[in-house]
Design a binder for this molecule. Structure first.
Ligand code: AGP
Length: 611
């Protein structure tokens, strides 16, 4: 969601901060700002609505003090996108400057108290309350003021604060929203996402909830906000390659990430399959007492958006091949339920970013109730990864495009590995385990085959890009893929699309079908193929146009459908991986046809860290 960055060192604040904001652009934003302490202790602050480039152009010729600064990309929650609502926010005397990612839940009562005490507010944001709260407690020492201010605050925050009257330090604090510190010789960087540090350092500390950091040019200290005790944390070296976050010759990150999928599947499975023994090897689960895993009687898989659809595919897999009862819950719903959970329930959170507020809140609810908490996460060191007892990293690499594609493919593959891992503890035979793992090892090649068809899919995208409605239909393993395909074309090209279970079409949606309402059928030759053929006949009889995704070599549909996209044959449980690729390419090319920014769709954020 919002992105924050900070710098303290010899010089170079402005350059690092602007570069960091550019690295954080993918998270989605509507305004940005920067504040740097000038030599002589004046603070320069510039804020702009719109793209980072506009902010950069506004200050590129400025000669600023370069020792300490903060910056922010804002995705509006409280208060419309405007310069006055953009961060950094300051206090009445322009002494305290602060950037924040999260939500201050009790900001209204705090603001009323501060206004009664004479504070004058300039914005409509919850964040500005923090700046005035720090001002209220400021007596010359910035960290003491921030510490005391946070004791009055309820909500989520990752924040960075500087002060004109205490200029040689950067104070940071974290609760629920992510924050990472990066260390280099004579300078320290902070960011809400490690990708902002790539090329500057690989030595990082991930802040944990309830911690406050005091950073000076040549030292740092981390304190517990609760009891003011010092927390001993040393930097770790992480592998983040700059090329991972470049486009590698593609016009868009989205296309790069779709075409990366064969490599992503290899990375997600590398070292995790003992095919000859039909065993999955998942170090992140082996840390657990295996008896505890074996005693699990049901699994609740939690996710939001695409992650919830991956969870639905996992539900079919685990039930069919591991014999475990599974239910899928939306993060935004589970947190408000009264779930029946005990120590024999595993709660598995699927999240690319590992920072989605609704999924995190559900995770904390599950922890409170004693569930075994597991995660499938792409961002190393993210909150879900640190708050779960065990889990599996996707190793899909940084996913920059807001619409998730390669991470989703990785989530399906990791769920298949977990199915083998859990299944082989239960009734799954070595033969079946071997069969599944062999098919998984074939997937990169099969995905390459589908990608070879990209020009045909681009032609289809041109043919269908003017339609304003689509119905996506699938059954069993590909019912969630109908949801995913519809979500992708919605979020990338803003076209209205509904994903539906094939069997549900006759219960209403078919009333919408005519020649202006094309249907996309995900209909590989699997156990429900015949049923999908009946649905296609129903659509054709009403003049509906059909795009079918079916198994290579299947010629049965030629008289029924308008267009066909072929995918290679594989195990039914793995067809979602292959079916997604044409759906992703179709959505991307339709978005391009419509002249849209398919990497950063309007109104969307890469990681929804607010509720
Ligand atoms: C996917 O294309 C969307 N951008 C969105 O639905 C996303 O999947 C959802 O917000 C969950 O994000 P997470 O995987 O980082 O938790």
């Amino acid at each position: 969601m919002c992105g924050i960055a900070g710098y303290i060192g010899k010089d170079g604040a402005k350059d690092f901060l602007i570069n960091a904001l550019k690295r954080l652009e993918y998270r989605g934003y509507d305004s940005a700002g920067i504040a740097v302490v000038e030599k002589g202790n004046e603070v320069r602050c510039v804020k702009k609505v719109g793209r980072i480039k506009e902010l950069e152009d506004n200050i590129k010729n400025e000669k600023w003090g370069e020792t300490v600064g903060i910056a922010h990309t804002r995705w509006a929650t409280h208060g419309i996108p405007s310069e006055k609502n953009a961060h950094p926010h300051s206090d009445c005397d322009s002494n305290i400057y602060l950037v924040h990612n999260g939500i201050i839940e009790n900001y209204k009562s705090l603001k009323a108290d501060l206004e009664r005490a004479g504070h004058i507010f300039k914005s409509n944001t919850d964040t500005e309350v923090l700046a005035h709260l720090v001002e209220k407690h400021f007596a010359g020492n910035l960290e003491e003021a921030v510490l005391n201010a946070l004791k009055e605050v309820e909500g989520a925050y990752a924040l960075a604060v500087i002060a004109r009257e205490d200029p040689d330090k950067l104070v940071v604090a974290k609760k629920s929203s992510p924050l990472v510190l990066g260390f280099s010789e004579g300078e320290t960087f902070i960011a809400s996402d490690p990708s902002a540090l790539v090329g500057f350092t690989d030595r990082v500390i991930y802040m944990d909830d309830g911690e406050l950091g005091v950073i000076t040019t040549d030292d740092y200290k981390i304190i517990s906000i609760e009891n003011n005790s010092e927390v001993n944390k040393k930097p770790n070296v992480i592998e983040l390659d700059l090329s991972d976050i470049q486009k590698n010759g593609f016009e868009y990150f989205l296309l790069k990430e779709i075409f990366e999928c064969p490599e992503v599947i290899k990375n997600s499975t590398r070292g995790r399959m003992i095919i000859e023994e039909g065993l999955a090897k998942l170090g992140g689960l082996e840390v657990l007492d295996q008896k505890r895993l074996r005693d699990i009687e049901r699994i609740i898989i939690i996710g939001c958006g695409s992650a919830s659809y991956a969870a639905m595919v996992g539900e079919y897999m685990l039930e069919e091949y591991a014999g475990i009862p599974v239910e899928v819950e939306l993060g935004s719903e589970f947190r408000y339920r009264k779930p029946i959970i005990d120590e024999r329930t595993a709660v598995l959170v699927v999240s690319q970013s590992g920072e989605t507020a609704d999924s995190l809140a559900s995770l904390m609810e599950a922890k409170r109730k004693g569930a075994l908490t597991l995660g499938i996460v792409n961002v190393v060191g993210s909150t879900v990864a640190r708050e779960t007892e065990a889990g599996v990293y996707n190793h899909a690499g940084p996913e920059i495009a807001v619409a998730s594609t390669k991470a989703f493919i990785s989530q399906i593959v990791v769920l298949a590995l977990i199915t083998v891992y859990m299944g082989r503890m239960r009734g799954m035979s070595m033969i079946m385990g071997k069969r599944i793992l062999e098919e998984i090892s074939n997937l990169p090649k099969l995905v390459e085959d589908v990608l070879q068809d990209s020009e045909n899919i681009r032609t289809l995208a041109k043919k269908y890009s003017a339609y304003e409605n689509f119905l996506y239909l699938g059954r069993k393993y590909n019912c969630p893929i109908a949801y995913e395909g519809a979500l992708k074309i919605k979020e990338i090209s803003y076209i209205h699309a509904e994903g539906y279970a094939g069997g549900e079409m006759k219960h209403g949606p078919i009333a919408m079908i005519d020649e202006n309402f094309p249907c996309v059928f995900i209909a590989p030759k699997d156990s429900v193929y015949e049923k999908m053929c009946s649905n296609m006949e129903e659509v054709k009889a009403r003049g509906g146009k059909i795009i079918a995704i079916t198994t290579k070599g299947n010629e049965d549909l030629n008289d029924i459908v308008s267009d066909t996209i072929y995918i290679p044959k594989t195990l039914e449980m793995l067809t979602p991986v292959l079916a997604c690729i044409p759906l992703y390419l179709f959505a991307a090319y339709v978005g391009i046809e419509r002249g849209l920014d398919i990497d950063k769709p309007r109104n969307l954020a890469k990681s929804v860290t607010v509720e």
